[in-house]
Ligand binder design. Structure first.
Ligand SMILES: *Cc1c(COP(=O)(O)O)cnc(C)c1O
Length: 367
């Protein structure tokens, strides 16, 4: 029996093999490995695709968040409002610039930060809001933008899981002041190593971010501030350039798989399928259901016995991680989600036959 992984990258790599090889060989022959023509071209192509003025490629999604926050002037003592139901890197980036993450609970349907709770935790130290488009689902951005405008706050979007996703026809990551993407290999647009990207429409923020990624220097060996070594390399940029033209097709593939899951899983008791907010385009980085009535670990075990992978993103909300748990925060919706969510295998080229095995096994364990 063949096992079913969470994501199968082989289908994609096989399909692009010749293109990838040509492109990789081109980089090797050029002898140019850091900050060369492929990075420049990729930045232009990705800015074009997203509909944004500036794209600055960096070393990882985490670095994009750190550099984005710093480029917006977020510093020690500032407070940044974010979600407790995310990957730790979101809060970690806030800490890295010396600021304090302030959490608000999530909406139980979208599993994203509930914008209606933001005002209640604001203080005069609040400088920014950092929504995370979890699993590829857009955060409701209008109320966040309205608050930002009213109180003069910056908005940084964590788009690590939602490359190509949309809110009201606009690409996620281009709505706030800065958008931060990750090209970790399993993300919707993945490199074959680490990589990240920061986008903005603001010329000053773009200039500052592009300096920060190369040790705070505008001109080589004339460092103006303490920055980072956070460059995307030419090989990863060349690979991303091969893949970018396929991202719409791949996201549509994920949406087709998700829609079929929705239809076939919603009948099963104790399974709650994900919602897609109206006016958004969910790109299903993860296809995540909720398993009710304490049956999740049983379901996971039974799926594993059938050779089917499943994952819990995330078993602990950020405020319950060892680094924060002594602070004693409580966010009931995030805690409940952490007990119930289960992400199932999904990738753009997933066949009906493979998906049917997942659905069949889920149905069997819950009937
Ligand atoms: C993957 C991810 C990151 C970090 O990206 P890296 O490229 O691994 O540094 C940040 N936030 C979220 C929500 C992520 O899923």
């Amino acid at each position: 029996m063949q096992t079913i992984p969470m994501i199968e990258l082989k289908a994609e790599i096989d399909g692009l093999w010749q293109e990838l090889m040509t492109s990789i060989q081109g980089v090797l022959r050029s002898g140019h490995f850091i900050m060369g023509p492929n990075v420049n071209a990729f930045e232009e192509e990705v800015a074009n695709y997203l509909g944004v003025k500036h794209a600055i490629a960096v070393n990882s999604g985490t670095d994009a968040l750190v550099i984005g926050l710093r480029a917006l002037g977020i510093e020690a003592g500032d407070e940044v409002i974010t979600t407790p139901f995310t990957f730790f890197a979101t809060a970690e980036a806030i800490e890295q610039v010396g600021a304090v993450p302030v959490f608000v609970d999530i909406d139980r349907h979208s599993l994203n930060l509930d914008p209606h709770l933001i005002e209640s935790v604001m203080t005069e130290r609040t400088k920014a809001i950092l929504p995370v488009h979890l699993y590829g689902q857009a955060v409701e951005m209008d109320p966040i933008r309205a608050l930002a405008r009213r109180y003069g706050l910056k908005v940084v979007e964590d788009v690590a899981q939602a490359f190509g996703g949309e809110y009201k026809g606009i690409k996620l990551g281009t709505i706030g002041d800065v958008g931060c993407y990750s090209f970790f290999p399993s993300k919707n647009l993945g490199a074959y190593g680490d990589g990240g990207l920061l986008v903005t429409n603001d010329d000053d923020v773009a200039l500052c971010a592009s300096m920060l990624r190369v040790h705070g220097a505008r001109k080589k060996y004339h460092n103006e501030q303490v920055g980072y070594n956070s460059r995307l390399d030419e090989l990863q940029a060349a690979i991303l350039r091969v893949k970018l033209p396929y991202i719409e097709e791949w996201n549509e593939g994920r949406r087709r798989v998700a829609s079929r899951y929705n239809t076939l899983l919603q009948e099963i008791s104790d399974v709650v399928v994900p919602v897609e907010l109206s006016d958004t385009k969910h790109v299903y980085h993860q296809y995540t259901v909720r398993i009710r009535n304490g049956k999740r670990s049983l379901v996971q075990q039974l799926l594993a016995r059938e050779g089917i992978d499943s994952m819990v993103y995330y078993p602990l909300p950020v405020h319950k991680l060892p680094v924060y748990r002594e602070l004693g925060y409580s966010f009931p919706q995030a805690e409940m989600a952490a007990c119930e969510v289960l992400s199932l295998p999904i990738w753009p080229q997933m066949t009906h036959a493979v998906q049917d095995r997942v659905i069949h096994s889920l149905r069997q364990c819950l009937s």
